[in-house]
Design a protein around this ligand. Structure first.
Ligand SMILES: O=C(O)CCC(=O)C(=O)O
Length: 220
């Protein structure tokens, strides 16, 4: 296993003895140190994968298929808006199952936005049970100890493409603004993603649109 680093995310690729380059699908136990020690993470430990004692829990998992020519875009968002804990702790694990390029709809991120972009909204169930809505977030807007690390950079909205090879993993901080483009190519783009939250010392909000099954979320 080796790692490749970028300003805003970290990519891990796996190669087994037969030369295939795909992660096995969960359950996977990721070596936490790989995600926590590199300077690309701005010298702060990546909080959700920091160690195995924080009662990490796996929430939704999805296969996201963008079909050739018609695969749609995903608008800019922050994952902690959708998977809110108090304080925020969500982190996305995004695995490319096929090469992802700017042409077939790879991820785009707003570099360093996790340093200044607060979780100002939350996606919640409506109180009358008639559906879901965005609500103001009156709770913590950054993970514990990382509040207002940088001044807000609202005028810097230049997203960077994150093209990766099949088998790569991109870790997405819950505050990081990211999106993905349309698939305008002849090639499909398939990704597998799931999200992890910390259980210890964090409260998974009862208003969140996604609620745990009986017995709670899967524990890592
Ligand atoms: O795969 C995509 O196109 C978008 C994925 C994404 O935004 C996410 O997993 O949070």
């Amino acid at each position: 296993m080796y790692t490749r680093h970028a300003k805003y995310c970290q990519v891990v690729r796996h190669q087994d003895s037969r030369g295939t380059r795909y992660f096995s699908l969960p359950p996977i136990i990721l070596p936490a140190q790989i995600f926590s020690l590199h300077p690309a993470l701005h010298s702060e430990p990546l909080y959700a994968a920091r160690d195995s004692t924080n009662d990490s829990q796996v929430l939704q998992s999805m296969i996201i298929l963008k079909q050739p020519e018609i695969g749609g875009e995903v608008p800019p968002h922050q994952d902690s808006t959708f998977l809110y804990t108090e304080p925020p702790s969500a982190i996305g694990f995004w695995f490319a199952l096929e090469d992802a390029t700017a042409e077939n709809g790879c991820l785009y991120v707003l570099p360093r936005s996790h340093k200044w972009a607060p979780i100002s909204k939350r996606f919640v169930r409506k109180q009358d049970s008639s559906g879901t809505e965005f609500a103001e977030n009156d709770g913590a807007k950054f993970p514990e100890g990382t509040e207002l690390v940088e001044e807000p950079q609202k005028d810097q909205q230049i997203y960077e493409a994150c093209p990766v090879k099949a088998g790569s993993l991109i870790l997405i901080h819950g505050n990081l603004l990211h999106k993905s483009g349309r698939n305008t190519s002849q090639k499909s783009r398939v990704a597998y993603t799931f999200h992890v939250i910390e259980g210890e010392g964090k409260v998974y909000d009862k208003r969140n649109w996604l609620q745990p099954p009986k017995g709670g979320f899967l524990r890592l």
